[in-house]
Design a protein around this ligand. Structure first.
Ligand code: GDP
Ligand code: IMO
Ligand code: MG
Length: 422
């Protein structure tokens, strides 16, 4: 015992990678439990920036085992590239990694289906990262998928051929596409051969063993609560469970093992891809936030949509996952703002409410309240005493509204730029 979970409370990109890297050394294991290479988790130290897509963000910590859990969908091509890139910069990866045999495989044809599906949706497209996430989870729940463990079995080629044929039928029948797949399949097979050399394991059994002897595990979420398949802004969501319940099914640990749930959020809000965003700023202020915050996707490079903090949505996210500790990032980005608007309620069909409506895009306007900005550079702050009074007030207001303590404050992208408030 126990398992702590760290997950995003907004639409992803809250700074999960950075904070997991900072706290990883408190744990024996760091494990990703859902999502796939749609994630882009950034870690900065010693002047170098690393962006991880499949490898857990604990990989740079000493003596930490990193698990890619059963709930994750894995593209062997991306995984190979990611490990090779990190190893070429002198990092030890393979000996610290363990991959669940139950994790599902993303095939090249899953990526083609993702692209064809998005194209067919026109202006209703999800804004997917096109990494094949949706089609792979569809095959998983449709009971057609291929799993990591299958690469060790004698009938792998046969299973692969069957699924690829199915995808080709779909591509042609549904979308009228007859793609050339030989090169992509050859690259996939090369990556599968590489995958066979990695430490594949029954990771749920390993985790049970670690927990039974008192080891600590950190479960690392990808995406964010508002992209959750059940509770996000459906259909503009991803295809996995991004809440704390997802950590149990995505790793094979029981809810009784969960101790803390760290909920991470930006001091404002961003979203990449389509879908409702009640506090979105479409004009100059939104553009300014994007530039000051470097808000461009870590996976696709797309500009992120920017807006104000939304407290009703944060409360909703906290309740869904039983968040015990809040972590606020990117407060430094707001340092030049004299006033900071925050959504504290909505007006929905003429009524003021703090409950998130079923479809926020219909007849809903956020009620914004202004809070005083701190108007000073906080990027060198390291101790609670270094925090300006107006930022302390901003944090206290958030804690009071959400009835949950903020235990870490991140003041810049670097590993060192963090303040422990616990
Ligand atoms: P993740 O997907 O949640 O891991 O977040 P991303 O890595 O996609 O996006 C977060 C971005 O903000 C990255 O570029 C981080 O380096 C950066 N970042 C993280 N924390 C802070 C912070 O406190 N301040 C600033 N200015 N940047 C931060
Ligand atoms: P991290 O882990 C931000 C968004 C996409 C799209 C929707 C569905 O870095 O926070 P998908 O590729 O899953 O079919 O895309 O979800 N999305 C993310 N947005 N951060 C992410 O991950 C995301 N992963 C997916 O932009 O709107
Ligand atoms: Mg990201």
């Amino acid at each position: 015992m126990p398992v702590d979970v760290l997950l995003g409370l907004q639409w992803g990109d809250e700074g999960k990678g950075k904070v997991v890297d900072v706290i990883a050394s408190d744990y024996e294991v760091v494990a990703r439990f859902q999502g796939g290479p749609n994630a882009g988790h950034t870690i900065v130290f010693d002047g170098t920036k690393y962006v991880l897509h499949l490898i857990p963000s604990g990989i740079f910590a000493e003596n930490v085992t990193c698990i890619i859990g059963n709930g994750v969908v894995i593209d062997p091509v991306t995984l190979k590239r990611e490990i090779e890139t990190l190893e070429s910069s002198g990092k030890e990866i393979k000996s610290k990694l363990m991959i669940s045999r139950r994790a599902h495989l993303i095939l090249p044809t899953h990526k083609m289906l993702d692209a064809a599906s998005e194209k067919s949706k026109g202006d209703q497209k999800i804004g997917s990262t096109l990494r094949g996430i949706g089609p792979t989870y569809m095959d998983k729940t449709g009971r057609n998928g291929l799993r990591v463990g299958d690469v060790e079995e004698p009938d792998f080629q046969e299973l692969l051929d069957t699924l690829v044929q199915k995808h080709l039928h779909l591509l042609e029948g549904l979308y009228g596409e007859k793609p050339e797949i030989d090169a992509a399949l050859a690259e996939f097979m090369e990556a599968v051969a590489y995958l066979r050399t990695l430490p594949l394991a029954n990771t749920e059994a390993y985790l049970h063993e670690v927990l039974a002897r008192g080891g600590n595990v950190l479960a690392e979420g990808a995406q964010g609560t508002l992209l959750d398949i059940e509770f996000g802004s459906y259909p503009f969501v991803t295809s996995s469970n991004t809440t704390s319940a997802g950590a149990c099914v995505g790793l094979g640990v029981s809810p009784r093992e969960i101790r803390k749930v760290f909920g991470i959020f930006k001091a404002y809000a961003t979203r990449v891809g389509s879908g409702p965003f009640p506090t979105e700023l479409l004009g100059d202020t939104g553009n300014a936030l994007r530039e000051m915050g470097g808000e461009y996707g870590a996976t696709t490079g797309r500009p992120r949509r920017c807006g104000w903090l939304d407290l009703p949505l944060l409360r909703y996210a906290i309740n869904l996952s039983g968040v015990t500790d809040l972590i606020m990032t990117k407060a430094d980005v707001l340092s030049s703002m004299e006033e900071i608007p925050v959504a504290t309620a909505y007006v929905h069909r003429g009524e003021t409410t703090q409950v998130v409506p079923y479809r926020v895009e219909h007849d809903t306007t956020p009620v914004l309240e202004n809070f005083k900005g701190w108007m000073s550079d906080i990027t060198a702050a390291r101790k609670p005493e270094d925090i300006p009074g107006d930022l302390k007030n901003y944090i206290s207001m958030i804690e009071a509204y959400l009835n949950t303590p903020v235990t870490y404050l991140s003041v810049g992208p670097d590993r060192e730029q963090i303040i422990d408030l616990s």
